[in-house]
Every structure is written in C-alpha cells, then in structure tokens.
Design a protein around this ligand. Sequence first.
Ligand code: R5P
Length: 290
Amino acid sequence: MKTVYFAFPQNEELTKKLVQQDSESESGNFEIRHFPDGEIYLRIVSDINLKNIVLVCSLNQPNEKILQLYLFAKTAKSLGALKITLLSPYLAYMRQDSVFKPGEGITSTFVAGFFSSFIDELITIDPHLHRIQNLSEIYSISTKVLHAAELIADWIKKSVPNALIIGPDSESEQWVSNVATKAGVAYTVLEKVRSGDKEVKISIPQVDKYKHHLPVLVDDIVSTGRTLIETIKHLKEQNMANPVCVVIHPVFSEGAFELIIQAGASKIISCNTIQHLSNGIDISPLFVSK
Ligand code: R5P
C-alpha cells in the first residue's frame, strides 16, 4: 500500500521531489480554504482508508497552519487513515524553551504536547535544540531529526574559497563546528545577548588571523535578521570582506532579507526547508533513506 503525501500550501515543490524519490509513495489531493467568516474549510479528496499518510508542512508563520494540521489529522483519522506523519522541515515554537520572564510559559512544551495528541510521527530538520536537547523531552510521539550539515558543507566547499565559518552565538556551535569539520575549514563562534525581539548584541569577532579569509555566517534560523546584521556590522569594522550568509531555515520576517543585504551581506543562501528566493541548498536528498 502506497504512502500518500499531502503538500500544504508552499510545500508543493519539496513534496513533488519527495514523491519522485520514493517509489512507495503517491501525491494526495485535498481542498483547503476559508469560509467567509474566516473559519477553515477542509476536504480530503484522495482515498486514505487504511493508508499511511505524510503531511508536508513547514511551520514558518505557524499559528494558522497548526490548526489546519489538527483539522487535517482528525479528518484523516475519521476517514480511516492509519499512521499520520508530520514532515515539517522547519519546526516552529522551539525557541521559547524556558521561562525568561515571570509570567511566561514554556510554549515549546505546550505546542509539542498538542502535536503529540493528534500526530503519530514527526520528521524535521535541525530543530532549534538549546535548553531542550532532544525532541523526545517534549514530544511523546516518535520523532526523527535530519541534519543539513553535510549539504551545507558541500555547498561551502564548492562555492566559497578560503572560507572562515562564523557562528553568531554559542547555540550555533553545534551545527557550525559540524559544517566546518565536514568542509575542512576554520570556524569561530561569537557571543550573543538578546534583550528584545529586535535588540541583539554580538561580541566582537577575534578575526585578526583570518583577515584574508572570506567570512561565511552560518545560522539555523533567520527571523528578524538582527543577529546577522549585528555580526555583519562587526565584520565590517574589522575590515573583513562582505560575508556570505548561509541559513538552514529562511523564516525572514518583516523584510529581514532586504535588511541583511543592505547591511552588507554579499550573498544569502538558504536550505529549502521553507520556500524562499534565497533557496540554493536542496534538502530533499536527506529524506531518501528515512
Ligand atoms: C537563536 O538563537 C537562533 O539560533 C538564531 O540566531 C535566531 O533565531 C535569529 O533570530 P533573528 O534573525 O531574529 O536575530
């Protein structure tokens, strides 16, 4: 019995590739729209009775999508679907992983608990694991994490001669060191303090011995872009070349892409975990042996 893949809006290209590379799969059809009052209308057109299904939905701008996925999963179960896998290349709600100010909640945990109540399996790429070190700490369903490091390292090896990889904060060390080792190049990691959504301070990079290298900023998520913008500012002050920015999850809220280019990035390249014009590293091969 073939597994049926459903592409949520803006996940069509990736889903097409996934179906092409898995002979045991087929594409499913469904209709989703809003009623005039804003409520969600959903109809699953394909036959999914006694079939496993995969919902491909990256969770940038996540709130509406989470409700759509909930309604889809409940409808699918009512139509006889067996296992429901959520394939979410970008997993949202991972950064509120602690109570930073009195009155807050650990929303990572709440959202994970909610997904675990209606999904059977989760597959994702490089989720933002910091204070939570493993998805199994917050998800009670089976989870699988894939990593883009190898693909990013290949891209850097091919495209950036004499690279120095720079991670903007201690959280980034996990993927930055991995990418640098795989690409066989040097790396350094900076210190970051965030005091608000758009207020970020980055330590001055000690790059004296790398003056003739081409800096490559690597980060997992770019949202407001403030982390990269602040880092670029420091690199300019140190007379380094305009950096290349490599991003795993191109969330790019509120014009962030343009702001990073204006700040002096020579190029921004991202993985297609979220559809964006900066996509240049295809993550679909990661799913071949899942
Ligand atoms: C957080 O620690 C992440 O690794 C990123 O550095 C962060 O999400 C980037 O956010 P922004 O683009 O809003 O500075």
